[in-house]
Design a protein around this ligand. Structure first.
Ligand SMILES: [Zn+2]
Length: 82
């Protein structure tokens, strides 16, 4: 299965398709951290795009992504072990 290069809906630049560790701020000002979620990042807009289905599953419908970093980078830098 090959993935096409996807483009940002707002600026048309290429999106980084990967897995991300992301922080979401909820309406009650709490923050939630999710690791390794599949998504598409526009580095130009600093916008993370996640599948609507996944947003439902994680119950992030009213949350706002405030921070995201590619999981692979974290693995390299911190030699993450489980
Ligand atoms: Zn963009």
């Amino acid at each position: 299965m090959t993935r096409q290069h996807e483009r940002c809906p707002s600026c048309s630049r290429r999106l980084v398709v990967s897995r991300f560790d992301a922080t979401f701020r909820m309406p009650d000002r709490s923050e939630r951290l999710h690791f390794g979620i599949p998504g598409r990042l526009c580095e130009h807009c600093s916008q993370l795009y996640i599948d609507p289905e996944l947003i439902d599953v994680l119950d992030l419908g009213r949350g706002r992504c405030v921070f995201a970093i590619e999981s692979d980078l974290v693995v390299q830098e911190q030699a993450w072990s489980t």
